[in-house]
Ligand binder design. Structure first.
Ligand SMILES: NC(=O)c1ccc[n+]([C@@H]2O[C@H](COP(=O)([O-])OP(=O)(O)OC[C@H]3O[C@@H](n4cnc5c(N)ncnc54)[C@H](O)[C@@H]3O)[C@@H](O)[C@H]2O)c1
Length: 358
């Protein structure tokens, strides 16, 4: 299907490269608020058309808009694309607030259009192997989980790091989607959230190029902790932080009645998947059962195109993305109110991928 890409920044080369591996994706045009970026991207990846954003949204040949802009632009552009009759696949998070994300879902439903949202790492070899193991009972019934992403912040490497400290950024909305979407995939839907969060540094200095020395003011919590209770009864402990220099926590572990699963980094597609069952003396690395172990950002878009062609829901649909967003926002809501947040959203967790791939 013909795809128009909006947003030609840091992550776009990965998508454009991976798109060339999937015959179902035809990148027809690119657009960016900074037109030189779109020109450069088109040159590098042989994209036939460079358009203005409005022009791309209204182009009659484009069937899907791939939205790779920063978080605050996600919902407004998704709405505009749907209103122009295009399906949408968007980078994470699905929005920066519930209301705008709900509007996106409503417009898509009214118009009968598809919405897909990153992260698609949950469709990769590592997480899919974990899902298979859990479904086969390798760790018994899940009791709990740990999900930890702690780092010193993205202003050390990203060329435009301001958005990570604005509404829609912070470690929860930036990195949380990988972790929370993985937990939903492996443990099912969530019921309630309790959280405590803080802003540790009210300002931060950019140390990456080209903006080295510029000061960012911090609008969003940068150290967030809490717990998620799933409908199954399993409880996940979560820390997401941009305020930590070093730590020794795993990315994700799932604790079952008969063993523990070491889930690989959910910001990647591969392993290692580690398993230790009751009475095992050591951890065992499990061979990956599914394809897509390398950098495959764009797999979710290819999967959505297959779903459109087959007339079935896509695995990374808007309801999954909205449930993940609802969970992530609930951490700060809980911190602000001093109460557990009962979640109103739900979704169907993604079906396992076929072992032979798409
Ligand atoms: N950089 C990464 O490693 C990475 C990894 C995974 C996901 N992501 C996600 O991808 C998205 C983009 O991140 P990035 O790192 O590429 O950011 P970026 O700032 O490098 O690039 C974003 C691009 O979007 C353009 N843009 C902004 N608003 C626009 C608008 N309204 N219309 C048209 N163009 C607009 C900007 O000019 C810029 O070129 C974010 O949601 C981020 O969370 C980034």
């Amino acid at each position: 299907m013909k795809v128009g890409v909006i947003g030609c920044g840091n992550i776009s080369p990965v998508y454009l490269r991976v798109a060339q591996e999937f015959p179902e994706i035809e990148v027809f045009a690119v657009a960016d608020a900074v037109s030189e970026r779109a020109q450069e991207c088109a040159r590098r990846f042989n994209v036939p058309h460079v358009l203005g954003v409005e022009e791309l949204l209204n182009h009659p040949e484009i069937e899907i808009v791939l939205n790779l802009t920063p978080p605050k632009a996600h919902a407004p552009l998704n709405k505009a694309a749907l209103q122009a009759g295009k399906h949408v696949y968007c980078e994470k998070p699905f929005g920066v607030a519930r209301e705008e994300a709900r509007e996106v879902l409503e417009i898509a439903a009214q118009r009968g259009l598809y919405i897909g949202c990153a992260p698609d790492t949950v469709l990769g070899a590592g997480i899919q192997t974990c899902l298979k193991l859990i479904r086969e009972g390798a760790i018994g019934a899940p009791v709990g989980a740990g999900a930890f992403m702690l780092c010193p912040g993205h202003e050390r490497w990203h060329p435009n790091p301001e958005f990570f400290y604005q509404q829609g950024g912070g470690p929860m909305l930036d990195m949380g989607p990988y972790y929370i979407t993985t937990l939903i995939t492996l443990l099912g839907v969530a019921r309630r959230v309790a959280g405590i969060s803080r802003i540790t540094h009210p300002t931060r200095m950019i140390t990456s190029e080209p903006k080295r020395g510029q000061i960012i003011s911090v609008e969003t919590p940068t150290h967030i902790t809490g717990a998620i209770e799933f409908a199954s009864g399993a409880i996940a402990t979560v820390i997401m932080s941009f305020d930590v220099e070093a730590h020794r926590l795993p990315c994700i572990e799932i604790y079952g009645t008969e063993g523990t699963l070491g889930v690989p980094d959910p910001n990647g597609f591969g392993g290692p998947v580690l398993l230790r069952r009751a009475n095992d003396a050591e951890w065992r690395e499990v061979e990956l059962t599914h394809p897509y172990a390398n950098q495959y950002r764009g797999l979710g878009l290819a999967e959505m195109i297959r779903a459109i062609q087959q007339g079935r829901p896509n695995r990374l649909n808007g309801h999954l993305a909205y449930h993940a967003l609802d969970i992530m926002l609930a951490f700060n809501d809980s911190s602000a109110s001093g109460r557990h947040i009962e979640l109103e959203s739900t979704c169907t967790p993604p079906e396992p991928m076929p072992v032979e791939g798409l």
